[in-house]
Design a protein around this ligand. Structure first.
Ligand SMILES: C[S@@+](CC[C@H](N)C(=O)[O-])C[C@H]1O[C@@H](n2cnc3c(N)ncnc32)[C@H](O)[C@@H]1O
Length: 214
């Protein structure tokens, strides 16, 4: 049920509160991996491919924001990255991550505009995959993602193309493009890549955005 839910997902079918979103992932944690893999989810490979290009040093400190059950961590490990932390607001998903023994520090927290319990300039790379979705995260958290990433480090975001294109319609903060440009104008980051992800999830294409933190 959860998988067809995701394939059909649009603004009408996502939970419309943060509590509902957290509950969804807590309930889903145990079956999330096989369901996503069954649908050929390309988010982890597309993201790590971009990371290998921009952050080739495999000892780089990486933060996997909204790490869920750790699919990105698995892909990072496969590519040889050895210092991986994760953060997610779903405690049940974090439990699955712990069992995989891939992550160093695991933080159970919600990403908003509030300060996370992470020092400034901690990570060489921050990755966010599949979390810019209605009632998940929105572009208001861009400054916080930039804050925890070192100057000269990279932020990699992979998301469904439709959510990027129509973020305003989905009423979850919206206006990605304007928020990205505002960060450029404030001298917080540079946009270094915007890659098309064919078949990101099922028939849905995606986009990988790469930012160099200033
Ligand atoms: C579609 S899953 C993606 C998980 C993982 N990144 C992947 O690609 O498999 C979305 C994840 O975002 C988490 N999430 C949603 N909104 C969040 C927020 N505001 N702060 C932290 N985690 C959030 C959910 O708990 C869930 O694990």
């Amino acid at each position: 049920m959860a998988s067809s839910f995701l394939l059909e997902a649009d603004k009408a079918t996502w939970p419309d509160t943060v509590q509902g979103t957290r509950q969804l992932y807590d309930n889903w944690a145990k079956t999330y991996d096989p369901e996503l893999k069954q649908h050929g989810y390309n988010g982890p490979t597309a993201t790590v491919k971009a990371l290998v290009k921009w952050v080739p040093d495999k000892t780089a400190r990486v933060m996997d924001i909204a790490c869920g059950t750790g699919l990105i961590g698995e892909e990072l490990l496969k590519e040889g990255y050895s210092s991986i932390d994760g953060l997610d607001m779903s405690a049940e998903s974090i439990k699955i991550c712990k069992e995989k023994n891939i992550y160093g520090r695991l933080v159970c927290s919600e990403v908003t505009t509030n300060r996370l319990d992470i020092d400034n300039d901690t990570y060489d790379a921050t990755v966010c995959v599949g979390c810019f979705v209605p009632h998940h995260m929105n572009e208001e958290c861009f400054p916080e993602l930039a804050r925890i990433t070192k100057p000269g480090g990279f932020l990699v975001i992979t998301m469904k193309q439709a959510y990027f294109d129509t973020s305003e319609d989905y009423n979850y903060g919206g206006k990605f493009e304007a928020a990205i440009q505002s960060m450029v104008q404030q001298g917080k980051w540079e946009v270094v890549a915007r890659d098309h992800v064919e078949g990101y999830f099922g028939e849905h294409n995606g986009v990988t955005l790469v930012f160099k933190i200033m």
